[in-house]
Design a protein around this ligand. Structure first.
Ligand SMILES: Nc1ncnc2c1ncn2[C@@H]1O[C@H](COP(=O)(O)OP(=O)(O)OP(=O)(O)O)[C@@H](O)[C@H]1O
Length: 228
């Protein structure tokens, strides 16, 4: 496929009288790691949600893999999110009643994978993310950094084409945050996963190939990093 894997064109969305996005453009190629930065309230999360088919813009277009996303119905958008996208949020948002392993397996179970196979696949992530021995722990028994690594495994276990990460290190101290970013970007690059990461932190953005700044509901691309 030529052209970007995912893009927003002139996307606008208001919450009541609050304009969150006012004609935002953004595009990411397959395998690209993109950091979305900008002041608080500028529209970063809203833009991420429009790209991921969580929110439908009032106007403008969202395309993924050559297909319009914003005109799809809720059933098709939810299938797209389940089958092709992965998500990591600021506060892991693990299901507290489930074990860490079951949390990671969740996207596979929702997609119809049998329980034993889903748990096996999930289990493989524990060693690679330094979570060995924590498989049966519940989220209340994990540190912030551990919970965020479990959330990262859950975001990647379904082999998504795009991983959306909203402040994935926002609840972590800077060293733990860098470790999580290392793992996130390393795993994504290995698989050619596109990553769109919303962050306030320049140290997190430094892992990206490119940065986009959102201001007043509009996105401005910065030039590619030297050497990328
Ligand atoms: N569900 C909502 N209902 C009403 N207003 C909202 C809602 N979500 C966002 N907004 C408003 O839309 C604007 C953009 O919010 P958004 O969360 O996208 O910004 P952000 O750049 O991600 O902010 P932050 O960095 O603080 O997370 C803000 O003015 C916010 O108050």
């Amino acid at each position: 496929m030529s052209g970007p894997l995912i893009k927003a064109r002139g996307v606008a969305l208001s919450f009541g009288r609050t304009p969150a996005l006012q004609g935002a453009d953004l595009a990411a190629d397959a395998g690209e790691v993109l950091a979305v930065m900008g002041p608080s309230g500028s529209g970063k999360t809203t833009l991420l949600h429009c790209l991921a088919g969580i929110l439908t813009p009032d106007s403008g277009e969202v395309h993924f893999a050559g297909r319009r996303v914003d005109t799809l119905g809720e059933t098709e958008r939810s299938a797209l999110r389940r089958d092709r996208f992965g998500f990591v949020f600021q506060f892991g948002q693990l299901v507290p009643e489930l074990t860490a392993e079951e949390n990671v397996a969740l996207p596979l179970l929702l997609a119809g994978t049998r329980r034993a196979a889903a748990l096996k696949e999930a289990g493989a992530w524990f060693e690679r993310l330094g979570l060995d021995g924590l498989e049966r722990h519940r989220s209340g028994e994990l540190s912030g950094g551990q919970a965020q690594r479990v959330a990262l495994a859950r975001g990647l276990v379904g082999r998504p084409e795009v991983l959306f990460a909203d402040e994935p290190t926002g609840s972590l101290d800077s060293l733990t945050g860098e470790h999580v970013m290392d793992l996130l970007v390393g795993a994504a690059r290995e698989r050619g996963t596109t990553v769109i990461v919303v962050t306030h932190e320049p140290r997190v953005a430094a892992y990206a190939d490119r940065e986009v700044i959102v201001r007043d509901g509009k996105a401005t691309p910065l030039t590619a990093r030297a050497g990328s």
